[in-house]
Design a protein around this ligand. Structure first.
Ligand code: AMP
Length: 230
């Protein structure tokens, strides 16, 4: 295994099915606490766009809504974690997603004398997830997330953050693939909730309400832990 930055402060994990709001909330925590959001989905989409070896292997799997093999995802995450900006602390968004990935993360953290600060489970109602996912899109320039119903830009078609007018929708955000992604979540990722509960690091947040309210609840948890660490 490659080395992860020794100086990384705190490792937070956001756990939840596709559409739970992990990306949106991770971005808000990133800004508020100076943490770095690490999304394996984003890293994999970049690998696909750049046609790297990993990207070429992952592309059809992602299109089908299945999970990319552990060894590919772990390698991509470790490479990103070893970069110096991660030293201020990270929020893992979409990783780990299998027991193999959770075990690999434990090994890396133990090697670096680090612990998971908290695993925050975003609790949502599955039946709402297809609607949530079908309406979402992002700014193609800065990655800010939007939604047709829940989070529209202040001016239609213009990104609030960077002013770009280029928006994009993910290829796997369609009802058929979403169903498969939810199945993969329940079969392979949901068991991690009890894994982390047994370790005493699990926190749960109701993620069915307003984005800002959920964000406040998460910020409370992270803020308390960050002030303990300092
Ligand atoms: P996300 O952006 O987190 O919804 O991820 C999009 C897709 O990337 C998933 O449906 C998987 O195909 C793949 N993916 C992202 N993270 C992982 C992971 N930790 N393990 C396996 N596959 C992943």
């Amino acid at each position: 295994m490659t080395e992860m930055s020794n100086s990384a402060q705190a490792v937070y994990i956001l756990l939840g099915p596709p559409g739970a709001g992990k990306g949106t909330q991770a971005r808000m925590l990133e800004v508020r606490f100076g943490l770095v959001q690490l999304s394996t989905g984003d890293l994999l989409r970049a690998a696909v766009a750049n046609k790297t070896e990993a990207g070429l292997k992952a592309e059809s799997i992602m299109k089908a809504g299945d999970l990319v093999p552990d060894e590919i995802v772990i390698a991509i995450l470790q490479e990103r974690l070893s970069q110096p900006d991660c030293g201020t602390g990270v929020i893992l968004d979409g990783f780990p997603r299998t027991s193999g990935q959770a075990a690999a993360l434990d090994t890396v953290l133990a090697e670096n004398n680090q612990k998971i600060a908290a695993v925050i489970s975003l609790v949502v109602d599955d039946s709402e997830m297809v609607t949530r996912i079908s309406g979402r899109y992002t700014c193609a320039n800065c990655g800010e997330g939007y939604h047709d119903t829940f989070k529209r830009p202040k001016q239609a078609g213009i990104c609030d953050v960077c002013g770009s007018t280029e928006m994009s929708r993910r290829a796997d955000d369609n009802p058929t693939t979403v169903k498969q992604r939810l199945e993969a979540y329940h079969a392979q990722t949901a068991p991690l909730i009890s894994y982390y509960q047994d370790k005493g690091v699990l926190r749960s947040v109701d993620a069915m309400g307003k984005i800002e309210e959920i964000g406040e609840n998460l910020a409370q948890i992270v803020g308390d832990i960050q002030s303990e660490i300092r």
